[in-house]
Write a protein that binds this ligand. Structure first.
Ligand SMILES: Nc1nc2c(ncn2[C@@H]2O[C@H](COP(=O)(O)OP(=O)(O)OP(=O)(O)O)[C@@H](O)[C@H]2O)c(=O)[nH]1
Ligand SMILES: C[S@@+](CC[C@H](N)C(=O)[O-])C[C@H]1O[C@@H](n2cnc3c(N)ncnc32)[C@H](O)[C@@H]1O
Ligand code: SF4
Ligand code: SF4
Length: 329
């Protein structure tokens, strides 16, 4: 079994985008009150007294949109300075990044993964559910700011949707030619989006690799990361290409992570809603951190048995109570 040393922490369930694959039905979403979210102090207590002593070393801040979280920079600084934190990263849509990139970098954030599903402003706005002034340019400026500040590796996440953005796969891959960027293609997952999902709603990574191989060739490569991407590069390119293939090539056997939601639920497997533990209530009812640590350790020990496999889930999605924006991706 892989050591489980990677915690994805959702800082907020709200988002300034409405990507249809992630929040398909906004009307049914109930947002958390601030008082229902873990505070900065509670997150730090859990990391310092529960997760780091249990061997967690890699932490990713996500959401919703993590850049919407008030007091984000002090939180990043405090986490980065905790003894035992070896890798602190964030996944963001970059819309608010241009003004925050330098402060986040100075605070100790090591790495950024940025969602960018299209290079075409119209397609981009369609995917993120924007009907007003285009948001593409400001997002692109956020990515450029992250690059200028020095985030390295800088990864771009693309959820590939047939007929929507799959015709851009070669253009997106070409970004890696003369930039030290890492473009990752993610297979669309059936989580919280029952009405959208069917077997034709996603494209296997191998099909995308064939398209890229036919144009430029592909070789295996490496880039720093804790996630499930298989890494390749176009021969001679500065950057790499990653493929996250949870639908076609289950990677659960090498699972190394748990997830903490913005309201303090610890989820040992992305797909297993039943196995969650409510750490916020334990903290707020005065359960001592060493007892919470023991409870989390017991959950960790069970993890191989409670890991669900995407391919065993089929496309029956009704069992997910939370959307990806509420889980943190
Ligand atoms: N099925 C499944 N998909 C995952 C899991 N972790 C990440 N993913 C998918 O990979 C996407 C990208 O994840 P990121 O937030 O960029 O993080 P990462 O790939 O773990 O990050 P690195 O440390 O840079 O490798 C997620 O949004 C999911 O779609 C997982 O545990 N299970
Ligand atoms: C939930 S978002 C949160 C962070 C930030 N708002 C962002 O978009 O980068 C994290 C990741 O989940 C991915 N994601 C959301 N819904 C997905 C789905 N149904 N299938 C695959 N990936 C999904 C997004 O593309 C993004 O890379
Ligand atoms: S993928 Fe990220 S940016 Fe898009 S709606 Fe979900 S949380 Fe927001
Ligand atoms: S689906 Fe569950 S077991 Fe598989 S990689 Fe994701 S979190 Fe791990």
């Amino acid at each position: 079994m892989n050591p489980v040393d990677y915690l994805r922490i959702s800082l907020i369930d709200r988002c300034n985008f409405r990507c249809h694959y992630c929040v398909p039905d906004e009307a049914s979403l109930q947002y958390l009150l601030t008082s229902e979210q873990l505070s900065n102090g509670e997150i730090l207590t859990l990391l310092e007294q529960v997760f780091i002593p249990l061997g967690f070393r890699k932490f990713r801040l996500t959401g919703g949109e993590p850049l919407l979280r008030p007091q984000l920079v002090p939180l990043v600084r405090a986490i980065a300075h905790l003894p035992g934190v070896e890798d602190l990263s964030m996944t963001t849509n970059a819309y608010l990044l241009a003004d925050l990139a330098q402060d986040l970098y100075n605070a100790g954030l090591n790495r950024l993964n940025i969602s960018l599903d299209s290079l075409n402003p119209e397609t981009f706005d369609q995917i993120i559910g924007n009907r007003g002034k285009s948001r593409w340019q400001q997002t692109w400026e956020g990515i450029q700011a992250a690059h200028r500040v020095g985030f390295d590796p800088l990864k771009l996440n693309v959820v590939v949707i047939p007929g929507v953005n799959d015709q851009e796969v070669l253009d997106l891959a070409a970004l890696t030619g003369d930039r030290h960027w890492h473009v990752r293609f993610i297979e669309f997952m059936p989580i919280g989006n029952d009405k959208l999902f069917n077997e034709r709603a996603w494209i296997p990574s191998e099909e995308l690799r064939q398209r890229i191989r036919a144009k430029w060739g592909l070789e295996t490569a490496f880039v720093q990361g804790n996630g499930p991407a298989d890494i390749f590069k176009i021969p001679g390119a500065k950057g790499t290409l990653g493929f996250i293939s949870q639908m076609s090539e289950c990677f659960c056997d090498r699972c190394n992570r748990m997830r903490l939601s913005a309201d303090g639920w610890l989820r040992p497997c992305l797909l297993n809603e039943a196995a969650q533990m409510d750490l916020k209530t334990l903290l707020r009812t005065g359960v001592p951190p060493r007892e919470i640590r023991a409870a989390v350790k017991a959950l960790l020990d069970q993890k191989p048995e409670i890991n669900f496999k995407m391919r065993d889930m089929g496309t029956t999605t009704g069992q997910y109570g939370r959307t990806m924006s509420q889980i943190g991706g």
